[in-house]
Design a protein around this ligand. Structure first.
Ligand code: AMP
Length: 279
């Protein structure tokens, strides 16, 4: 595995990669969710590049940029073990030699849900994803369904701006008790972790009602969240997966049930696909 810290090192390593090339972009503090992206990449490509970069541009002023977990040695060991060919782990100065004047705007889809709580977040995400796509030049890029709004916006950027890359999604990897794996789970105390299970439980309660329609899904999920006083709910929404608009009560077809809440000092997000049937 070749570890690159500069753009020149990456360009040299990229030149030697053969066949179909996949990229997996991460902020490090890697877990089995990230590993699932690498596995999916191997399945459909000949060479795999992973990036590890905590992108300052996507953190708000009062967010956890400084304390975001950094576990580079463990991350490199995991990536090596999963057969990654090239790792790009740049410093902020390598990615942003100058403050970028030109940035990617996520538009209105970047202002709702996660974007409502985190102004500018998705502009920062799309800007760094665009840069990393240009630097790694993959045929295909893998992203997790866990960050559904991010996945949607990246797919739209690639479509709307004609990036020559395929975007593929990987289902959310969970702990056996249902909690979606996240680097931020490291922040949870034992009590927080117990309370955080109400997020996935609420989503699965919603799934169990999908045959009964949108309203039943929302009510079942809300009932679980209402019973957990130690979380601060940000949103629970049942939305159209393409437009993120709330679906009407008589909706049929695919939808996304998404939740965000603060548990202790940690903000967690999760979502599940819902299939609303004609009744
Ligand atoms: P992050 O390092 O949190 O920025 O995530 C890097 C990539 O891994 C993103 O595409 C995430 O959606 C994906 N990811 C994070 N957690 C999970 C998970 N539990 N299951 C699947 N993919 C994940």
């Amino acid at each position: 595995m070749i570890v690159c810290r500069t753009r020149d090192e990456l360009a040299a390593a990229r030149k030697d990669l053969r066949g179909r090339v996949a990229v997996v972009m991460t902020m490090g503090a890697l877990h089995e969710g990230h590993a699932a992206l690498v596995d999916a990449a191997h399945e459909h490509a000949d060479s795999v590049i992973a990036t590890i970069f905590v992108n300052p541009l996507q953190f708000g002023a009062n967010e956890d940029l400084a304390k975001y977990p950094r576990t580079l040695d463990d991350d490199l060991a995991l990536l090596e073990q999963r057969g990654v060919d090239v790792v790009f782990t740049p410093t902020p100065e390598v990615v942003y030699p100058r403050e970028p004047v030109v940035r990617v705007s996520a538009g209105p889809l970047g202002d709702v849900f996660e974007g409502a709580s985190r102004p500018g977040h998705f502009d920062g995400v799309l800007t760094v994803v665009a840069k990393l796509l240009h630097l790694t030049r993959p045929d295909v890029a893998y992203f997790g369904q866990k960050d559904a709004q991010q996945l949607l916006l990246i797919a739209r950027m690639v479509q709307d701006l004609n990036f020559p890359v395929e975007v593929d999604a990987v289902p959310t990897v969970r702990d056996p008790d249902g909690l979606a794996l996240s680097s931020r789970n490291m922040y949870l105390t034992d009590d927080d972790r117990r309370a955080s299970l109400s997020l996935s439980r609420a989503l699965f309660a919603g799934v169990a009602e999908e045959a009964a329609g949108a309203d039943a899904v929302r009510r079942a999920a809300h009932a679980v969240l209402d019973a957990e006083p130690s979380i601060a709910l940000d949103y629970l929404a049942l939305v159209d997966p393409d437009t993120l608009a709330e679906v009407p009560d008589d909706a049929v077809g695919p939808a996304l049930l998404a939740v965000a809440a603060r548990v202790g000092t940690t903000r967690l997000i999760d979502n599940v696909p819902i299939s609303l049937r004609d009744r």
